[in-house]
Design a protein around this ligand. Structure first.
Ligand code: PHE
Length: 340
């Protein structure tokens, strides 16, 4: 036994105690620095090895090495102990009976929901889905639809024109023309889509909105057929209590023309603020396709006849979800959209 071995033993005793109660990694690190660090005890003692008498060198060296190994083991054990108590603490903090967190998932837009519903209803009645461009030419949006040259809807104050003379379609009716141009009768299509008008936005007007166009061409089609399709649509959409009403109206491309109202689903026709006490809500324009329109696409009006309608999808969505301002549908506020 020599002074070096004694110092090692004393330091080891202290280190064992310290490491046994160490509560943080820093405390363990402090022990390491004190004994094994560059200015620690072990490096200092190793400098004194030269003064140890030769017969004691082996024992001293052994004490030195085994002390260092022993320290390493104690420190590993202390770290292990800290890790597992941390795990125990986390485990205690976790309550498996709490409800899980929900991810925010995307929602379908009310217009998309209503559009799909309408399409499904018309599909069951034998209609297929057609599509057309939102950037249209004047011919398809107006001329072919028999719209007079001085009709106010052509005005630059009502319609968005491009500098090349094309325009943003103001209605889905040009799809009627495109379908008839490219298909032989009979025709039975619906065409949902976006339309644009130069309106000042308010609670019931937007600069773009959505329509679903319907076109039915066959032999001997009558206004009664139109009425039955529209009644079936109303019943499918709003149940057996839904009533419809056709009012005479005018459109350049249908004759006769009607406006199509749903009985108000808020008050079931008794009268309320939503239907402005009329008991009915305007949903669509419709009518028998004007013979001139049939001629424009090369159909023989002596053989073929049909009806067309254009339903306002935004209106239907607002009624279904009791949305009182159309602008909610276009602001993309997630607090609004998240409700569907
Ligand atoms: N396109 C007309 C509108 O936007 C609606 C309509 C469609 C009328 C089909 C008759 C036939 O007002």
């Amino acid at each position: 036994m020599n002074a070096i071995i004694e110092k090692i033993n004393a330091a080891m005793q202290q280190a064992e105690k310290d490491l046994a109660v160490a509560a943080t990694l820093d405390e363990i690190e402090a022990v390491r620095i004190r004994l094994l660090g560059r200015n620690g005890l072990f490096p200092a003692l190793s400098k004194e090895m030269g003064s140890v008498p030769p017969e004691q060198r082996r024992d001293t060296g052994n004490a030195f090495n085994s002390g260092r190994n022993q320290l390493q083991e104690w420190m590993d054990a202390a770290r292990e102990r800290l890790n597992s108590t941390a795990a125990v603490k986390t485990a205690a903090a976790m309550d498996p009976t709490l409800p899980g967190r929900r991810w925010n998932t995307g929602h379908r837009h009310p217009i998309s929901i209503i559009t799909d519903e309408c399409v499904a209803i018309f599909r069951r009645m034998g209609f297929t889905v057609a599509d057309g461009p939102e950037i249209e030419d004047v011919y398809h949006n107006f001329d072919a639809l028999n719209t007079p040259a001085d009709h106010p809807s052509r005005d630059v104050g009502d319609t968005f024109y491009f500098s090349d003379g094309r325009l943003l379609r103001t209605q889905t009716s040009p799809v009627q023309i495109r379908v008839m141009e490219s298909h032989e009768p009979p025709v039975r299509i619906v065409a949902p889509g976006r339309v644009y008008r130069r309106d000042t936005p308010d609670a019931t007007h937007g600069m773009n909105f959505h329509q679903i166009e319907g076109l039915y061409i066959d032999r001997n089609v009558s206004l009664a057929d139109l009425k039955s399709v529209l009644q079936t649509f109303a019943t499918e959409m709003y149940g057996p209590k839904a009533n419809i009403r056709l009012r005479p109206h005018f459109f350049p491309f249908t004759e006769p023309s009607v406006e199509y109202d749903f009985s108000c689903m808020m008050c079931e026709g008794r009268g309320c603020p939503v239907c402005k006490n009329s008991g009915y809500i305007e949903i669509a324009g419709a009518g028998m396709v004007d013979p001139q329109v049939l001629r424009n696409v090369g159909y023989d009006p002596e053989v073929w006849s049909g009806f067309a309608f254009g339903l306002g999808l935004d209106r239907l969505a607002m009624l279904r979800y009791r949305i009182n301002d159309i602008r909610y549908l276009y602001e993309n506020d997630v607090r609004f959209l998240g409700q569907f």
